[in-house]
Each structure stands twice: as structure tokens, then as C-alpha cells.
Design a protein around this ligand. Structure first.
Ligand code: HEM
Length: 550
């Protein structure tokens, strides 16, 4: 009986130019060649590569998909902590990637003038048009120029002008804490991750675009912005760990398509809406600035702050070149600022509240400090008095250590052969220090899983201990790529925490006590972050009651 061929197999054979009888043998040869290639490549990475002598998990040493998988799980910061416990201070975390867990490595990798730049993986952040921002830029001279321009929006004068708008949003936030209070005065249980995100997104909306998103009031319908940012950072958070996306190849060109793999239809809708909203707001902002330049002070007339971050940035010129940013560049920076400035600060706030609510002795000590410094809650403003509250500062430092909003590893690529932690690393290698692992390294922190603000107090633990701890504390990263928004984040954290603790009793919603906490080390619970470049968190679920006693 003559053999019957299906139309599909015929078509396939015709398309690729083979007789149909040759398809199977050719497929076999292709598979064997591919498997042979993978085996030879793996043998090279395992035994002959310049990093071959460094310890690490078998799969990590032969493929970047190992790191990609753990980034996708959202727990790669905890995983790196475990790997360093198992393998020691140096772990090969990819064929061409090395993770170091020491304060020496922090200086060697991120320190000023070291021969490293951001890893090519950061290109996964680029949207179509390939416009680099301060955050995503890789080229050092581009970054230096852009940082000089952006610095105008974060100067002392700029920060002072932001104080009233930050305070106005905190007023709204505090109002919500006890809004639906029962007869006993306790408000209903709140998911603090969501509420703090409402606060910090509102603040960033107001500071970047000159108008709060009013997510706290829940009247603008803009709370999808929080979800849009979360889902966008979920997808790029994985791709940033896959250096293949940063090379100028087909994967880079198709990065938009790959991002979709990690997103639901609702995520895509939210992200598109956020991009459209930010385009609209940047357009309005630049029109306002143009009108202002023409003498028409529309911004003032509308009762919004006279200068917000975009205002400073639109006005600013590079001191060396006199250049200004184009409207597309401003748009790109605006998006990044909303993302980098909101989620991080809200995670820090939620983390601090998590630890305070579970440590009444620490909470009371902090309240005592604030009440001995201020006569009333509405006196709490930036300035010398709040700066003198050292316990408040230590509580924030400790919360940022325990549950850092950026807990994973920030990759940097060596541009020449370079020595890190005493090890010669060839040019073109990605190096980094995983923040969660370093913040829980017993060389720098005794009992690292215990929340203990006193570890930052020289008068209690001594000079040397605090210096050692500080050398390994990097929630904002160090060096030229360190966080430009740190003073603003600090202002938000200090004011919000001080005003909550001064004016409210806090209790844990027992029915949801375990939600949002993790057991990295059995016996110790910590506020859990799902790391994806920035962090996704749930809870703590807390109740508040106005405390008027003095
Ligand atoms: C507690 C809050 C914050 C934390 C923990 C934090 C942490 C960080 C870290 C670790 C980096 C380095 C990222 C990298 O190397 O890839 C960074 C960079 C950056 N952050 Fe923050 N951040 C916070 C708040 C803010 C705020 C409020 C803003 C803006 C308003 C901001 C804007 C930026 C920008 C633009 C960069 C890139 C700087 C550069 O490359 O020159 N951050 N931040």
C-alpha cells in the first residue's frame, strides 16, 4: 500500500527544501547537534572557563536560566542567602556571574571609580524607542551627565519645597487609619502594604507631576497604577537576571514579547493605561512650564507646589554642556521616578510597621522619644528636632536592614580585569552583592534575624560594632549609581512613622498575623518581600486607635 503523506508534512518538507523522507533524519541531526553543543558548552563552563574554580550550584554554573528561574520565583534573595551559607562568601551564580557576600566586595564592585558598569541585563528595562533613563543607563558618561541634570530635583532647596505636599498626603493617610473606628476607638484592620503604597504613589504623583493620584481618597480610580507598576517590575525583574536580553540580539529585539509571558491581560491593560496617563501628565506639565516661562504662573494659580521634580528637571540644564532634556527623555525619567520612588518607600514603611507592631517594647521606647521631643503630633516637621530623634533613625535603619525593599543582587559588569574580594575577575563578568544575604551576614550583624534598633547605637554596642554594621548596610546602594531619592525617601519615612507612633496605638490583626511573614531560618519570622527588582509585599494587617494621652 503506498505510503500516505499528510498535507502538513508535505508542506513542511517543501518549505524547508527537503524530501519528506529526509525530515526525520534531519530533525535527528539538528537535535543531536544541539545536545552536543549544550554538552560541550557545559563542559567548557564547568572545567575550562576562567570562573571554573569558583563554587556554586551545578545548574547555575552552566546556564543563566538558573538565576532567571529563582528571580521568577520572587525568592532569589532568600535563595542567595542560603547559597552563601552553603558555599561561603563567593558563589558562581551564572556561567559568567559571581555573587560576593562581604563589605569588601561592596567597595570593590560599587565603589566610586571602580571599573564596572551596570550589567547589560538592565537593557531589559528599555521600552520601544530605546530611551535610556538615569536608572537604566549603562554608559558611564551618559549617566554622569543625566545625574547632574536630575540632581536639581533632589537638592536641599527642592526637598524643602516638597515638605508641605508630603505632609498633606500624610494627613490624609493618618485620617484613614481610624476612619471607620468602632465604639472602642479601634479602626478596622488595614493591609498596610496597600495603604502605604497609596501614600507613596500619591506623594510621587504630586512631586513628579504636580498633582497627587489621590489613590488614598480612592476617588480618582487610579489605584490600578499600583498594580501596573507591580506587574511591570515582575516581568523586567526576571529579564534583568537574564543577560541574554541585554545583548543586541534577537532576544533584545523581542523583549516586548517576552515581557508578556509574565503578564495577565489585566496587567497589560493596567500598564498601557499607566503609560498613557504618564504621557498625558508629562505633556500637561511641559505646557505649564512653558506658560510659566512666558510669565503666566498657572502652577501657582492652581494651588499646587510651585516646583515639583519635573519642574526642576524641565528647567535644569547640564552645568557643563547647557543641554536640556527632550520631552521623551523627561517622560522616561518621570515613569522611572514613579516606579523607583513609590514601591521602595512603601515597602520600607510597611516593614517598619510590621516590626514595630510585633515589638511593643521598641514601639513604646520610640513613642517616648517622640513625645519627649515634640509637644504635639502636628509639630512633627523636618528639621533639627526630628533629626535629634536617634532611636527613630535606628528603627528605620534596622527595618531597612531586615526587609530591604531591594533585597536581591544588582549586577555590575567588569569593564577590565578586576580584583573583587581578593579574586581576579576577568573583564565582561557580572558581579554583585546580594543585599538580603549581606544584611543577614553574621560577620557584620549578631543575631541577624532579630529586629534590634540598638545595634545602631554607639553608646550601647560601641563604635567598632556600629562601624562594622554600617560597612555592610546598603539598602540604597553606594557609589555613583546609589539612590538619588534617598533624602526624599528618608523624609517620607521619618515623618510618616513619627506621626503614626506619636499619635496612635497599634495592634496586630490576629486573624491575619501570619500573612506576609516568612521563615527563612526556622524559628525566626521576618516581613516577607517578593523580590522582583523592587519588592511586592502583603500586610502587615494592623488596627489603629488615636492615642491622646501624654
Ligand atoms: C526606601 C526607599 C528607597 C530605596 C530602598 C531605594 C533603593 C535604591 C537602590 C538600591 C538603587 C540602586 C539600583 C541599581 O543599582 O539598580 C536605587 C537607585 C535609584 N533610586 Fe532609589 N530607593 C528608594 C527610594 C527612592 C525614591 C523616593 C526615588 C525618587 C524619588 C528613587 C529614585 C532612584 C533612582 C532615579 C535611582 C537610579 C540612580 C542612578 O542610577 O543614578 N529611589 N534606589
Amino acid at each position: 500500500m503506498p505510503e500516505r503523506s499528510t498535507p502538513t508534512s508535505k508542506m513542511l518538507a517543501q518549505t524547508i527544501g527537503f524530501n519528506k523522507d529526509q525530515v526525520l533524519p534531519v530533525a535527528f541531526v539538528v537535535c543531536v547537534t544541539f545536545i552536543g553543543y549544550v554538552i560541550i558548552r557545559s563542559i567548557y563552563y564547568l572545567y575550562f572557563h576562567s570562573l571554573a574554580s569558583l563554587p556554586g550550584p551545578f545548574l547555575a554554573r552552566i546556564t543563566d536560566f538558573y538565576g532567571g528561574y529563582h528571580a521568577w520565583s520572587g525568592r532569589h534573595h532568600y535563595h542567595l542567602y542560603e547559597l552563601h551559607k552553603k558555599y561561603g562568601p563567593v558563589v558562581r551564580y551564572g556561567p559568567n556571574r559571581v555573587s560576593f557576600n562581604s563589605a569588601v566586595a561592596v567597595k570593590d564592585i560599587y565603589g566610586a571609580s571602580k571599573p564596572l558598569r551596570k550589567s547589560a541585563g538592565y537593557k531589559a528595562l528599555l521600552l520601544s524607542g530605546n530611551i535610556f533613563s538615569l536608572f537604566s543607563s549603562i554608559d558611564k558618561s551618559f549617566h554622569g551627565k543625566r545625574r547632574r541634570i536630575m540632581a536639581h530635583g533632589f537638592s536641599d532647596a527642592a526637598l524643602r519645597s516638597y515638605e508641605p505636599i508630603v505632609q498633606e498626603r500624610i494627613d490624609k493617610f493618618l485620617e484613614i487609619l481610624t476612619k471607620e473606628a468602632g465604639d472602642d476607638g479601634w479602626g478596622v484592620s488595614k493591609n498596610m502594604s496597600r495603604l502605604c503604597a497609596g501614600l507613596t504613589f500619591d506623594v510621587m504623583g504630586a512631586l513628579v507631576f504636580g498633582q497627587p493620584f489621590k489613590i488614598l481618597e480612592d476617588e480618582s480610580g487610579l489605584s490600578y497604577v499600583i498594580d501596573a507598576i507591580m506587574s511591570a517590575s515582575r516581568s523586567v525583574g526576571v529579564m534583568i537576571h537574564l543577560p541574554a536580553f541585554g545583548k543586541n540580539n534577537i532576544l533584545f529585539k523581542l523583549r516586548g514579547f517576552f515581557r508578556l509571558i509574565f503578564l495577565s491581560l489585566q496587567d497589560i491593560k493596567n500598564i498601557k493605561a499607566f503609560l498613557a496617563l504618564s504621557t498625558k501628565l508629562v505633556g500637561e506639565k511641559s505646557a505649564q512650564e512653558a506658560a510659566k516661562a512666558a510669565g503666566e504662573d498657572i502652577v501657582k494659580a492652581q494651588g499646587v507646589p510651585n516646583k515639583d521634580i519635573l519642574g526642576w528637571i524641565l528647567d535644569a540644564t547640564d552645568p557643563e554642556t547647557g543641554e536640556r532634556l527632550s520631552i521623551n527623555e523627561v517622560w522616561s525619567e518621570a515613569r522611572v521616578l514613579i516606579i523607583a520612588g513609590s514601591d521602595t518607600t512603601s515597602t520600607s514603611l510597611s516593614g517598619a510597621l510590621y516590626y514595630l507592631s510585633r515589638n511593643p517594647v521598641i514601639l513604646n521606647k520610640l513613642r517616648a522619644e517622640l513625645r519627649s521631643t515634640f509637644d504635639s503630633e502636628n509639630q512633627i516637621w523636618p528639621g533639627q528636632k526630628i533629626n535629634s530623634c536617634s532611636y527613630l533613625k535606628h528603627v528605620i535603619e534596622e527595618a531597612l536592614r531586615m526587609s530591604s525593599p531591594v533585597g536581591g543582587i544588582l549586577w555590575r559588569e567588569t569593564t577590565v580585569d578586576h580584583t573583587v574580594q581578593g579574586i581576579r575577575i576577568p573583564a565582561g563578568t557580572d558581579c554583585g552583592v546580594p543585599i538580603y544575604a549581606l544584611h543577614h551576614n553574621t560577620e557584620y550583624f549578631n543575631d541577624p534575624h532579630i529586629f534590634n534598633p540598638d545595634r545602631w547605637d554607639e553608646s550601647i554596642v560601641g563604635n567598632e560594632s556600629v562601624t562594622t554594621a554600617k560597612s555592610a548596610w546598603i539598602p540604597f546602594q553606594i557609589g555613583s549609581r546609589g539612590c538619588i531619592g534617598r533624602p526624599l525617601a528618608n523624609m517620607e519615612l521619618v515623618l510618616t512613622l513619627a506621626r503614626i507612633v506619636y499619635g496612635f496605638d497599634i495592634r496586630v490583626d490576629e486573624s491575619k498575623r501570619a500573612i506576609g511573614q516568612t521563615d527563612v531560618i526556622s524559628g525566626y519570622t521576618e516581613f516577607e518581600t517578593r523580590d522582583q527588582l523592587t519588592a511586592e509585599t502583603i500586610g502587615p494587617f494592623l488596627q489603629f486607635k488615636k492615642n491622646l494621652e501624654r
